[in-house]
Design a protein. Sequence first.
Lengths: 114, 113
Amino acid sequence: AQSVSQHNHHVILSEAASLELGCNYSYGGTVNLFWYVQYPGQHLQLLLKYFSGDPLVKGIKGFEAEFIKSKFSFNLRKPSVQWSDTAEYFCAVTPSGNTGKLIFGQGTTLQVKP
Amino acid sequence: DAGVIQSPRHEVTEMGQEVTLRCKPISGHDYLFWYRQTMMRGLELLIYFNNNVPIDDSGMPEDRFSAKMPNASFSTLKIQPSEPRDSAVYFCASSLQGAPRYTFGSGTRLTVV
C-alpha cells in the first residue's frame, strides 16, 4: 500500500532560520507529489507540486522542494522562514496519471518564533 | 469560481444523533473526496467518487458512516448514530481528471458531545 512518512512532527524555528521538512513515500511506480499548507483554522492550500521534469520545484511564498527518485523523497525547503509561515505542512502523493487517492503524511507543525 | 463549498462550518450534536455534512465541488470537476482530520490520525481519506460513482470507500470507519453523490454538484457524508470519537474536521475536496490539483473546502468542524 502507498504511504507517506514525514519525519518531523513538530519543528520550532526562529525567524530567518532555514527550513527543511522531510518527506518519504512508498510506491513502486511514477508518482505525483504535493506539499500542502494549513494555516491555523483554515483549509489546506497547495504550496507546490511535482509531476515530471525538473526535480527541483518552486512554489509559492519562497518554498521549494526537491524530488529525489532514488531516495523516494520530496523534501520541502525555505531559506529564511517568517513568523507568517507558522502552520501545519502536509506532504501527499498520488500515482501518476491517477487523480484518485491522494495519500497524506501525518503532517509537520511548524512554529516560527518572532 | 467559489471553490469547494462545505456546510455547515461548525456542527455540535449530541451522541446518538444523525449528522449530515454537505459538499458542493467545483463545477466541472469529476472527482470528489471526503477526508477526516484528527490530531491522532492526521488526514484520512474516507471515500472518493468519480463521476458521482463511489470508487473507494475503504477508509469509511464503519457502517455508521455513509456518503452519497446524487449529482455532479452535491455530495453528503452522513453519520448515524454519531459518537464522541467522530469529533473531527471533515474536509471535502474535488479535482479534475488529467489535472491532478485537488481543491479543498474550508471543512466542517464536528463536535459530538
